[in-house]
Design a protein around this ligand. Structure first.
Ligand SMILES: CC(C)(COP(=O)(O)OP(=O)(O)OC[C@H]1O[C@@H](n2cnc3c(N)ncnc32)[C@H](O)[C@@H]1OP(=O)(O)O)[C@@H](O)C(=O)NCCC(=O)NCCS
Length: 224
């Protein structure tokens, strides 16, 4: 069983260990990942972890991008447990949170010397949107990937193994963002455009509440 939940301060050491795993992870994450930044991200509620038998086996960071987007950042899975949909489960976890917050899209940015993420992202419904040539040191390109939550691209939830469980909370600050998004879009005359997406986002929110935030693939259905 893999449990997906928000990270807490006690997880920081285990997260750093995975981030700095020497065989293949460090270079893909851009170098040694310091403990203090990880602590800050955990504290701000922007880090999800995957837990198996009380051990952290993966993590994923996602930062708010305005009120309407979520910007994916560092992600890594312990080497022995790769290709078991742990990254998939973490990203879908962010999809649930994005829905609770009324966010309309997820964005990722991948450096061109990472051979793996360009294989992962299309399986989650992300598309390459922009290539920034020589954006990164040593002339590496940076590709921005984009996944719309509006209209919902539902296929990704079916890639989550049935042994994954989500323990997420519908936090007060998520409600605030959700209602502010609704107000903002209505005030810009976008009510028709967003009506359907808000219904879908609302149903995800209700779903997460109803199930005490425990993942049940069949009931999520097309809500994401
Ligand atoms: C990138 C990473 C997080 C992926 O984690 P993961 O849990 O193994 O990924 P998933 O099992 O969810 O993969 C989902 C799909 O992506 C594709 N994929 C993942 N890894 C792949 C690989 N090495 N080669 C080809 N396709 C791959 C596959 O289609 C896979 O589905 P499948 O196994 O059914 O074929 C992991 O490889 C990792 O930690 N790498 C080092 C750190 C890193 O590069 N982070 C990204 C930059 S921040």
């Amino acid at each position: 069983m893999t449990l997906i939940r928000l990270a807490v301060e006690d997880d920081v050491g285990a997260i750093q260990k995975i981030a700095n795993e020497p065989r293949s992870t460090v270079s893909h994450l851009g170098g040694f990942v310091m403990m203090e930044p990880i602590k800050a991200v955990v504290k701000s509620g922007s880090m999800l972890v995957a837990v198996q038998s009380d051990s952290i086996v993966g993590f994923s960071e996602a930062l708010p991008f305005g009120k309407h987007g979520l910007k994916m950042s560092l992600v890594a899975v312990t080497p022995d447990l790769r290709r078991q949909k742990i990254c998939t489960s973490l990203y879908v976890g962010w999809g649930l949170i994005a829905s609770l917050q009324g966010r309309l899209y997820l964005q990722d940015h991948i450096i061109s010397n990472n051979p793996t993420m360009p294989m992962v992202l299309p399986t989650l419904g992300f598309s390459p949107a922009v290539v920034l040539r020589s954006k990164v040191k040593r002339h590496h390109d940076l590709t921005l990937w984009y996944k719309s939550m509006c209209p919902q691209t539902s296929g990704w939830v079916y890639r989550v193994p049935s042994t994954t469980e989500y323990h997420l909370e519908d936090l007060e600050r998520y409600h605030e963002n959700f209602s502010q998004m609704g107000q903002l879009l209505s005030s810009r005359g976008r009510s028709e455009d967003v009506r359907e997406s808000l219904i879908a986002l609302n149903s995800t929110r209700e779903y997460v509440r109803r199930c005490s935030l425990e993942y049940e693939r069949s009931r999520v259905g097309g809500s994401l």
